[in-house]
Design a protein around this ligand. Structure first.
Ligand SMILES: Cc1cc2nc3c(=O)[nH]c(=O)nc-3n(C[C@H](O)[C@H](O)[C@H](O)COP(=O)(O)OP(=O)(O)OC[C@H]3O[C@@H](n4cnc5c(N)ncnc54)[C@H](O)[C@@H]3O)c2cc1C
Length: 492
């Protein structure tokens, strides 16, 4: 039994802590914020419960898989409901695609939008099912230390079907011509932090996840998931220290032996660092123990940051559903403002989550709970004036679509942007979603799970493998824990 430390209590940190504790180690989690959950924290104000980060629950099998390894099921902790429609994409006031939950209904929607596209979608999703199966079984659960890990018969034999070297943009356009269907199919890769022309079409597995596996919601909010993981960690004997900022990782003879924190010094015989990778290396470790330097980080393509508003409205809003994508402006112009020539977008696309459409517990009676998100380039100027300008733009566009005034009914509002990501999570360049999943930042080409100079130290989370997003963060914690366990077993 060793004293193991985990820095960070987001999905990856909690996941790593659970796997290590299950093997009998004494695990301590150190979290600088006052509550667990990391980017998936929540807060309540004036009767509104706001999830601060993720709002899309996709790939339910990954969550089931996680809990199953502890003899549990998500339903032991929270109630999942499938959203129907899953989401809507708003292209204009009277031009909206509502994506239903059932596949047959989705085929019909496609056929109505572009003749002949239902059959194309069937082909697309069949390919997506193959990619999803191979991806989940043979790609994402690998630590990615060497390309050889991926050299299975199915990966090599199916290489052309995995479309690693085809861009998502050209792949989608082989199937669909209608620009709205193209946007609908390209939207899930926005989660991966790059434009569709830079994302390998392997990630069309996300369309399969969205359409075939469904869009779900845990009643009570997304924070129910990290609450469940915190409770699981607790039951496994993990000690969770919130409000505890790790300041220095001390290394001796090539091994971590001590952490200095805002609340004292802790001995450690193994470490998984799940806070922002850049911060863990550049600010907590002495130079000689860092795997990468500033030049390396500066060359990396970060996933976007975002401007978020948590808003309480004192009436119900008819035309919104749970997930609403406002694509009523140029997708390419906005993408350019994020990835090519970073600037605040003139005419932003944005996303509105309205969980009160599904869940009465997140809102006072008769009101609406809104989470508004504009993706923006990382590390830009972030001032109260800029935030306010965008708030006004978004609310005006929502008023126009919803055909009713909203501004006079807003009774609560809080903004969150680049500077908050830096302050709250030490996020490199104020990133929200970590590192973009572009081809040259995939698998072995990502910052490694392993610290190459400190034997008993690993990293996990959205800046390392397998990548950004809730399901990958869960998997990342598991991968790092299993590597640390291997090391500890070999060096008893
Ligand atoms: C606004 C927003 C919306 C999103 N929407 C979705 C979505 O809908 N679906 C989806 O799948 N993904 C979504 N994501 C991405 C997803 O939330 C993240 O990829 C995931 O939560 C990252 O988990 P993590 O464990 O890697 O990092 P984090 O959650 O950031 O956890 C790292 C933790 O480490 C702590 N820490 C850092 N430094 C220190 C230190 N020195 N000492 C102590 N503690 C430290 C931080 O406080 C933090 O709690 C969203 C993200 C954001 C920000």
């Amino acid at each position: 039994m060793k004293n193991i430390s985990v820095i960070g209590s987001g999905f990856s940190g909690l996941s790593a802590a659970c796997f290590l504790a299950k093997e009998g180690h004494k695990v301590s989690v150190f979290e600088k914020n006052q509550t667990t959950g990391g980017r998936a924290r929540a807060y309540t104000e004036q009767g509104f419960m706001f999830d601060m980060g993720p709002s899309w629950y996709w790939m339910p099998d990954i969550f089931e898989n996680f809990f199953a390894q502890f003899g549990k099921h998500p339903s032991d902790y929270y109630k999942l409901v499938q959203l129907d429609p899953g989401f809507q994409v708003i292209f204009g006031k009277d031009d909206v695609l509502k994506v239903p939950a059932g596949l047959e209904d989705i085929y019909e929607l496609f056929e109505q939008t572009e003749k002949g596209s239902a059959i194309k979608l069937k082909e697309f999703l069949a390919e997506g099912a193959f990619k999803y199966r191979v991806g989940m079984q043979q790609l994402v659960y690998k630590p990615a230390f060497s390309w050889l890990e991926f050299a299975s018969k199915e990966v090599i034999g199916g290489a052309t079907r995995l479309h690693m070297f085809t861009s998502m943009r050209s792949y989608v356009r082989r199937f669909f011509k209608d620009e709205r269907l193209v946007a609908l199919m390209e939207f899930p890769v926005l989660f991966l932090g790059a434009m569709a022309d830079k994302i390998p079409a392997l990630y069309s597995l996300m369309n399969y996840a969205a359409f075939s596996l469904g869009t779900w919601y845990p009643m009570g909010g997304m924070a129910e998931i990290t609450k469940a993981m915190t409770s699981l960690a607790d039951s496994l004997g993990v000690e969770i220290n919130t409000g505890c900022d790790v300041k220095t990782i001390n290394v001796q003879a090539g091994k971590v032996y001590k952490l200095e924190t805002s609340r004292g010094t802790y001995n450690s015989e193994g470490l998984i660092a799940t806070g922002d990778y850049h911060h863990m290396e550049q600010h907590l470790l002495q130079k000689e123990f860092r795997t990468y330097d500033e030049v390396y980080w500066n060359k990396k393509t970060m996933a976007p940051s975002c401007l978020v508003f948590y808003v309480g409205v004192n009436k119900r809003i008819n035309k919104l559903i749970h997930h609403n994508l406002f694509f009523d402006a140029s997708f390419d112009d906005h993408a350019r403002a994020i990835y090519k020539d970073p600037h605040w977008p003139e005419d932003p696309l944005f996303y509105v989550c309205c969980p009160s459409k599904t869940d009465d517990s997140v809102v006072p009676e008769g009101m609406e709970n809104l989470f508004l998100l504009v993706p923006v380039a990382p590390d830009m100027e972030d001032t109260p004036e800029i935030r306010e300008r965008y708030f006004n733009i978004i609310i005006k566009r929502m008023e126009s679509y919803c055909n009713e005034p909203l501004m006079p009914n807003i009774i609560y509002k809080k903004s969150y942007c680049i500077n908050d990501f830096k302050d709250d999570y030490y996020a490199y360049k104020g990133n929200a979603y970590g590192l973009a999943n572009t081809l040259n930042q995939t698998a072995v080409l990502k910052p490694s799970l392993r610290n190459k100079k400190v034997k008993n130290m690993l990293y996990a989370g959205q800046l390392t493998v397998p990548g950004p997003g809730v399901p990958p963060a869960l998997i990342s914690g598991q991968l790092a824990a299993s590597q640390l366990l291997n090391y500890l077993n070999q060096n008893r």
